[in-house]
Ligand binder design. Structure first.
Ligand SMILES: Cc1ncc(COP(=O)(O)O)c(C=O)c1O
Length: 382
């Protein structure tokens, strides 16, 4: 069990599955964990995973970075519900579901990625952690580092809501405020890592947050009776959950868990910070930095992403797309998820509903299709 190797998502260079993996040693792009999917039996996997249901995301350990004799750093993350909408689906003439990630230990989907990254790094003997974050990843790192008994430092933009800082300190993390955006936080976090030897779990700067995040899609196809949805709508910053969804569908088909996975992937961003949408519209393979990024959706205020080329490849190869919505539309839609469906949604979750509505109006989503919105975090975080 565990990956057999790591492969660069850009140049294809292969590296061994060994302690301390970060990015590709040749080109600096993200490394992707590769498993021996041919040796797995799809039917057996489905049975084993069903028997372990209710124990969280590590029940999918055959496709996670964990060797047979190792134990994860876990707080029970994962196994979140896929909620069928009561009013919004019929209104849009869709089988519209919400993957409700607010139920995770610190209230967001970031817990999955940080559980996986902290697990691997702690097992590999790293002394402590650092991360640049819009807020949710910082809280998640703080919690899982505490669980591992290791120190963590987080770098947040200075305008991050006070509640986020309080939550990080509650879990014992050191909080640093940076006058700037997440990209500026990234530079400071990287310098701190270089100076102190702390391990950086910045998005896609190590291979395993992606592995944790991909379990969202695993749970979705399982909840649909081992069927892939027609489309997903993902609020995209660094894009880890979208890339992870695309990656794991490939793995499930290769392992014989699914026969096919024709899911179209849609990335939604704010019109105040939409580098992926612009790159997609212009037919580019990478996304140039978005100048003067501004949006109240802190998780989507990511002007440049290391995995840009993977996000663009995922939406193109699956026949999906990228769409920008206004902050006002996101906010209204988040409140609709709350008031019409009883679902706690942060503004990023609202973005997915606003986008689904626009995609439906444009005829991108067809009547009757099964469409999953990623409700990535709780509005209580703000
Ligand atoms: C609530 C929320 N949604 C979406 C995102 C974007 O996630 P990703 O970086 O995987 O694209 C974030 C990231 O901070 C977030 O906190």
């Amino acid at each position: 069990m565990g990956p057999v190797k790591l492969e660069c998502g850009a140049c294809g260079r292969v590296e061994p599955f060994e302690p301390g993996a970060t990015v590709c040693g040749a080109c600096g792009k993200p490394l992707l964990a590769r498993y021996e999917t041919d040796a797995l039996d799809g039917g057996e996997l489905r049975r084993a995973w069903a028997e372990r249901r209710g124990t969280g995301m590590w029940r999918f350990r055959e496709l996670l970075p964990l060797r047979a004799d190792e134990a994860p750093v876990t707080l029970g993350e994962g196994d979140t519900p896929l909620i069928r909408t009561r009013e919004l689906g019929p209104e849009l003439d869709l089988d519209l579901r919400v993957k409700d990630e607010t139920r995770n230990p610190t209230g967001s989907f970031k817990d999955r990625g940080l559980s996986a990254a902290v697990t691997r790094a702690a097992l590999d003997g790293q002394p402590g952690f650092v991360v640049p974050s819009a807020g949710n990843a910082a809280a998640a790192l703080a919690a899982f580092a505490a669980r591992a008994g290791l120190p963590a430092r987080v770098y947040l933009p200075a305008d991050t809501p006070e509640g986020v800082r309080r939550r990080c300190r509650h879990y014992g993390a050191e909080v640093e405020e940076v006058d700037g955006l997440i990209t500026d936080c990234g530079r400071e976090a990287a310098a701190y890592a270089r100076e102190t030897g702390a391990f950086s779990v910045s998005t896609l700067h190590e291979p395993y947050r992606l592995e944790g995040k991909k379990t969202m899609m695993l749970e979705i196809v399982e909840a649909l009776g081992w069927r892939a949805p027609d489309a997903i709508v993902y609020p995209t910053g660094g894009g880890t959950g979208l890339i992870g969804s695309w990656k794991v569908l490939g793995e499930l088909v290769a392992a014989g868990v699914l026969e096919e996975a024709p899911t179209r992937m849609y990335a939604v961003q704010s019109d105040g910070c939409a580098p992926m949408v612009r790159a997609w519209q212009e037919g580019l393979e990478e996304a140039p930095e978005w100048e003067a990024a501004s949006t109240v959706a802190y998780g989507l205020r990511v002007p440049r992403a290391l995995g840009d080329f993977l996000i663009l490849r995922a939406i193109r190869e699956t026949g999906g797309g990228a769409i920008a919505v206004s902050d006002e539309a996101m906010r209204t839609a988040a409140d609709e998820l709350g008031s019409r469906e009883g679902i706690d949604a942060a503004i990023e979750g609202g973005a997915t509903l606003a986008a689904a509505r626009a995609l439906r109006e444009a005829g991108e989503l067809e009547a009757g299709e099964t469409v999953v919105l990623f409700n990535t975090g709780s509005q209580l975080a703000y």
